[in-house]
Design a protein around this ligand. Structure first.
Ligand code: XMP
Length: 322
């Protein structure tokens, strides 16, 4: 793959931060760079490294793609404001939903609905407006590993699969975390002063809730999976699991509510034990917890009549559904 991993054991977080800050300074020089902050640990660390290196010459944007979790843009903006970093929210949701309209194939969703809109439409415009030559992004070792192996095209991987961002999108991409897996990124997150609510945050996919809607993604379906996600995250926050999520299925099933037939929706809950997302097993959750989840989801998410819990392992399953 051309990139060497720095294992958790081999990581010297302070030396790593110093090296990356220097590398970012060298790559950007006196110019301006931009980065997109999603609020996940990877892009949060990149934001802090970039600000250490460039100060106000790094412009940080939160792209509101309409696919994020409840209250997320403002929550993240506030966390970073408390760290002295200004984050600008750019509302581009119409572009994403327009590109996702009618798209069913998972890889096409990532490519057409997310990658192209992010990099060609949204970032290219931000690069132009800000005069930036460089985009800093939080690609990690696992992202390129799975993409290079042809398992899943991660939305943020280019050079390792033969795409030159300079040629394709008109700007250079710098990836300070490319040698690290998630546990090492969390250590660096602490080193750069991020609070625990960010450094210990469970992973969340770049394509956001789009990775959790089977078949076509619409604003209505995203609203449902967003509500279910909020419940799952609230209920499983103290589970100690690696990642937990809700998936909205596309096929409907017959249910009954208030004595009437309801042809309703199905939510699948997944909760994973894993260290690096490469392999994962379902968490052995108490049945009472599963029942509590089902009661809340069927009561609070409109039209949901069925809740299931995934018991398959990765492989052959994946953590996300799309
Ligand atoms: P999978 O579904 O491949 O997920 O078992 C492995 C880990 O990666 C996250 N994930 C993504 N992250 N872009 C990302 O940045 C993506 O396209 C993507 N797909 C999955 C997933 O949440 C899990 O932590």
């Amino acid at each position: 793959m051309g990139t060497e991993e720095i294992t958790l054991e081999a990581l010297d977080a302070k030396a790593f931060v110093d090296r990356q800050v220097k590398a970012i300074k060298e790559a950007v020089g006196d110019g301006v760079a931009i980065n997109a902050l999603s609020g996940g640990v990877d892009s949060s660390v990149v934001t802090m490294l970039g600000h250490k290196a460039l100060g106000d010459n790094l412009k940080t944007y939160f792209v509101e793609n309409g696919l994020m979790r409840e209250g997320e843009p403002q929550r993240i903006q506030k966390i970073f404001a408390d760290l002295g970093v200004h984050v600008e929210i750019v509302d581009e949701q119409d572009k994403f939903f327009a590109a996702l309209k009618g798209v069913i194939d998972p890889e096409e969703k990532r490519e057409k609905g997310i990658t192209q809109v992010f990099y060609k439409d949204v970032f290219a415009k931000l690069v132009k407006e800000s005069g930036a030559k460089v985009l800093l992004q939080g690609t990690i070792y696992t992202d390129i590993e799975e993409t290079a192996a042809g398992i899943k095209r991660q939305h943020n991987v280019f050079e390792q699969i033969g795409i030159d961002p300079q040629e394709a999108f008109g700007y250079k991409v710098v990836e300070p975390l490319i040698e690290l897996r998630k546990p090492a990124v969390r250590v660096v997150a602490k080193e750069v002063g991020l609070p625990e609510e960010v450094s210990q945050r469970p992973p969340f996919p770049g394509p956001a809730l789009c990775a959790r809607v089977i078949n076509e993604v619409t604003p209505e379906k995203i609203a449902l999976v967003r509500k279910a996600t909020a419940i799952v995250e609230e209920e499983l926050r103290d589970s100690g699991a690696f990642q937990y999520l809700a998936i909205l299925h596309d096929d409907q099933v017959t249910g009954i509510r208030d004595g009437k037939r309801e042809f309703g929706r199905q939510i699948e809950v997944r909760c994973w034990d894993s260290t690096d997302a490469v392999t994962a097993t379902p968490t052995d959750l108490p049945f009472a917890k599963l029942r509590a989840l089902a009661d809340r989801i069927t009561a609070e998410v409109p039209g949901v009549v069925s809740v299931t819990y995934n018991i398959g392992c990765k492989p052959p399953s994946c953590i996300e559904a799309v």
